[in-house]
Write a protein that binds this ligand. Structure first.
Ligand code: SF4
Length: 68
């Protein structure tokens, strides 16, 4: 994925729970994988995220990982 097409998602860009999801029209969305197990988190939080109790620093999930 072209890094230049990625959204500026604030804190999510440095969080291990972020997954970048491209669509067929070339847009890229920042998905929060915590949303799968915890309803307090939105699947696509409004960005940029400036504060989040679920933030954990680390590399994001590989873009090629299968989506569940
Ligand atoms: S846990 Fe918070 S900081 Fe991490 S990806 Fe989800 S919304 Fe973003």
């Amino acid at each position: 994925m072209d890094p230049a097409s990625a959204p500026q998602a604030g804190l999510c860009d440095r969080c291990r729970h972020q997954q970048l999801v491209p669509n067929s029209r070339g847009s890229v969305f920042s998905l929060c994988r915590r949303s799968r197990e915890d309803s307090r988190y939105r699947r696509y939080p409004p960005i940029p995220v400036l504060s989040c109790p679920g933030f954990e620093p680390g590399p994001r999930i590989a873009d090629s990982e299968p989506r569940r």
